[in-house]
Design a protein around this ligand. Structure first.
Ligand code: PLP
Length: 484
C-alpha cells in the first residue's frame, strides 16, 4: 500500500543525519542515503513509502537539490529506492531480504534452554487454591450442557467491573470471553477484515498478531515506532488519513516489544482520526495491568470513543497465567453477539472450569497484580543491570511497564546473534520477527519474565557469543546509521 512522506516529516525522522560520526569522511549525499537506509532497516520508514520530490526534500533539509539527487541515485543503486519518471520514488529493500509471516512460537523441547523467546510469566502462587475453589463452584454449571459462547455471566461481569474501575463504564453484555487475547484478535479480524482489506499496525509489533493478519490476507501497512520515544503522533495520524485502513491494531500500553506507553493526548487524537477515516481501532490491552514503579496510567483508549470505533481486547496471560487461556473482547453489545455467533463456528465456547478459576483469581486482583508488578520490577532491574555491565555498547530504553525490553544492538546482527545464542542455551526472539520485511536487524526483544538469576546468566552467555559473532552476516550495504 502506498503512503507518502512529506519533506518536513522525513527531515524530522532523519534527525541529525549530517552530523553523524564519520561526516568528515563521507560526502553529504552518502550520509543522507545511509540515514535513509537506516530508517528502512529499523522499520521507521515503511517499505513502499513515496519519498518527497528532490526539490521538496532539499528545501526541508536546507541542502542542495544535487545532494538529494545523488542520495536518491545511490539508494536506487543499492536497491532501496525505485523511481518512475513522473510518478515518484518508493522505498524498497534489496532483493534477498526475507519476508516473515510466521508467528512467534518455539517448541517446549529443551529444559536446559533459557527461553527468552516467550514474554510471559509462570503462574502466581494463588493459582492452585483458585483452581480447587473453582472445582467447588463447578456443580452450579454441571446441570447444563456447558456451552456459553459469550462466556460465563459471572466472569463477564467481573471483567466489565475492571473496565468500569478504569473509567470506562461497561456492562457484562459488552464482554465476550475468549480463549486468550489471541483468539479475541482472531475473531475481530474474521468479522472485520475481508481478504485484501487495508490494515495498519505498529512496527515493530507482536508477531502472532502479524500471523493472524496474514491468515486473513490483510493488506498491511505500518507505522514505525521510534525505539526511544515510541509513536510519532503526526506520522501515525497521517498514515491513518492516507491509507484509510479498515482496521488499525495497536498496543498502547507497554507496547510489545518496545515497552512504550501511549500518552493520553495521542489516544484522544487517534480515536478522532479513526472516526474521520472510518477505521475500527483494535486496542490490545495485554499489558494494561502492569505499570511498574507506581507510574500513573493514561485513560484507556475506549474512554475517548463516542462512535463505537474502539474494540478493546485483553486477557489474563500477563498479570496472571497464559495457561488459563482466558481473554476477552470489550465492544458494543450487538458486536459481542455477532462475534459470539462467529466463535461458535470456531471453538463453541471457552472451558467452564478455567472461567471459574479466572473469576476466583480476579477476586484477588489487588494482591496478585501487586505481587506480579513487584516481581517484574525486580527482574527488569536485574536484566538492565546485567546488560549495562556486560553489553554496555547496546542501548536500552528502560520500560515503565509490561514485560519486554527492546534492546538496540551495536550492528544489524540480531538474527545471527539469536542463532549463536541458541548454541549456548539461550533462545531469543530476533528483531525481524517483529516486523514484516526482514528489517529490524539492529534490535532484539528481551523479556524480563524469567527469574533474575536466569536473566543474568542469559546475558552472560549472550555477551560471550556476541563477541565471537561472524560479522560477514552483515548486509553488503553496511551498518545503518544511528538516527537521533
Ligand atoms: C500484545 C499481545 N497480544 C496478545 C498476546 C497473546 O496473549 P494471550 O495469551 O492472552 O492469547 C500477547 C502475548 O504475548 C501479546 O503480547
Amino acid at each position: 500500500m502506498t503512503t507518502s512522506v512529506r519533506g518536513g516529516q522525513l527531515a524530522r525522522l532523519l534527525g541529525q543525519w549530517h552530523s553523524l560520526p564519520g561526516r568528515h569522511k563521507r560526502p553529504d549525499y552518502d550520509a543522507l542515503a545511509g540515514a535513509v537506509r537506516g530508517l528502512l532497516a529499523d522499520s521507521r520508514l515503511p517499505l513502499g513509502t513515496r519519498l518527497p520530490a528532490e526539490r521538496e526534500l532539499a528545501e526541508s533539509l536546507g541542502i542542495s537539490r544535487t545532494t538529494v539527487s545523488a542520495a536518491y541515485r545511490s539508494l536506487r543503486e543499492t536497491g532501496h529506492l525505485t523511481s518512475r519518471r513522473g510518478a515518484g520514488s518508493w522505498t524498497t529493500l534489496p532483493t534477498g531480504h526475507r519476508v516473515g509471516s510466521s508467528g512467534l512460537w518455539a517448541p517446549d523441547d529443551d529444559v536446559d534452554m533459557i527461553d527468552m523467546g516467550v514474554a510471559a510469566s509462570a503462574a502466581p502462587v494463588e493459582l492452585v487454591a483458585a483452581a480447587r475453589a473453582a472445582a467447588d463452584d463447578l456443580p452450579r454449571y454441571l446441570g447444563s450442557a456447558g456451552y456459553h459462547p459469550t462466556g460465563l455471566a459471572e466472569l463477564r461481569a467481573a471483567v466489565a467491573e475492571g473496565y468500569a474501575a478504569r473509567g470506562v463504564p461497561t456492562s457484562a453484555e459488552q464482554i465476550l470471553i475468549t480463549s486468550g487475547t489471541q483468539q479475541a484478535l482472531d475473531l475481530v479480524l474474521r468479522l472485520s477484515v475481508p481478504a485484501g482489506a487495508p490494515v495498519l499496525v505498529e512496527s515493530p509489533t507482536y508477531p502472532n498478531a502479524l500471523a493472524a493478519l496474514s491468515a486473513r490476507r490483510a493488506r498491511i501497512s505500518t507505522h514505525g515506532l521510534d525505539p526511544r520515544t515510541g509513536w510519532d503522533a503526526e506520522l501515525l495520524l497521517g498514515a491513518l488519513r492516507q491509507t484509510r485502513p479498515r482496521l488499525a491494531y495497536l498496543i498502547p500500553e507497554f507496547q510489545n516489544p518496545t515497552g512504550h506507553l501511549m500518552p493520553a493526548g495521542l489516544r484522544e487524537r487517534l480515536v478522532g482520526a479513526a472516526h474521520a477515516t472510518g477505521t475500527e481501532l483494535v486496542i490490545d490491552e495485554s499489558f494494561v495491568d502492569l505499570p511498574l514503579d507506581g507510574a500513573p496510567m493514561p485513560p484507556p483508549v475506549a474512554v475517548f470513543d463516542r462512535h463505537s470505533r474502539v474494540v478493546s481486547i485483553g486477557g489474563m496471560s500477563k498479570a496472571y497465567w497464559g495457561g488459563l487461556r482466558i481473554g476477552w473482547v470489550r465492544a458494543s453489545a450487538p458486536l459481542v453477539q455477532r462475534l459470539a455467533a462467529l466463535r461458535v463456528g470456531v471453538d463453541m465456547s471457552s472451558p467452564v472450569l478455567e472461567q471459574l478459576v479466572a473469576v476466583r483469581l480476579l477476586a484477588q486482583e489487588q494482591t496478585i497484580v501487586a505481587a506480579r508488578r513487584a516481581q517484574l520490577e525486580f527482574r527488569r532491574d536485574a536484566l538492565v543491570a546485567a546488560l549495562t555491565e556486560l553489553l554496555p555498547e547496546w542501548r536500552v530504553c528502560v520500560p515503565g511497564g509490561g514485560v519486554t525490553l527492546w534492546a538496540e544492538l551495536d550492528g544489524p546482527i540480531s538474527s545471527a546473534l539469536a542463532r549463536a545464542a541458541e548454541d549456548v542455551g539461550v533462545r531469543l526472539a530476533p528483531g525481524p520477527r517483529f516486523g514484516l520485511d526482514g528489517t529490524l536487524e539492529r534490535f532484539v526483544r528481551l523479556p524480563f519474565t524469567l527469574a533474575a538469576d536466569d536473566l543474568t546468566e542469559a546475558v552472560r552467555r549472550i555477551a560471550a557469543v556476541r563477541h565471537d559473532l561472524d560479522r560477514t552476516s552483515r548486509p553488503a550495504w553496511g551498518t545503518p546509521a544511528v538516527i537521533a
